[in-house]
Design a protein. Structure first.
Length: 117
């Protein structure tokens, strides 16, 4: 199994295991789902996390964009808690490094990253 590692992030793009991505993305420990779309562009609704919840992660790292403008509504936070998923949210500028750190600890972690605003 290939282990994902986020190499870098710049506004609008992310490099994972040497591959370049320029669309919002879900990063699993063993695969990448690029071109991830949300029901509402700057809000993370529970419906946007169907694939994530099926994976049953311990931790979900949410990159809310470079300045952190994407919102995580309380209903989504409650949904994650009901599914025993710890939420770590922040700007994408820092959250990609948190994803790498949690993965190194051996945690079952998934990252969802908004790459622009």
């Amino acid at each position: 199994m290939t282990r994902m590692h986020i190499d870098s992030y710049d506004f609008g793009s992310m490099v994972i295991n040497g591959d370049f991505y320029a669309q919002d993305i879900i990063v699993f420990p063993d695969k990448v789902n690029s071109g991830w779309w949300r029901k509402q562009g700057h809000s993370l609704d529970k419906e946007d996390l169907d694939e994530v919840i099926k994976y049953k992660p311990e931790i979900l790292v949410v990159g809310k964009g470079s300045p952190g403008l994407m919102k995580v509504p309380q209903a989504t936070k409650n949904f994650l808690k009901e599914n025993q998923v710890e939420l770590i949210e922040g700007s994408t500028d820092s959250s990609w490094q948190i994803f790498n750190a949690e993965l190194k600890k051996g945690k079952k972690v998934v990252g969802v990253f908004h790459l622009t605003c």
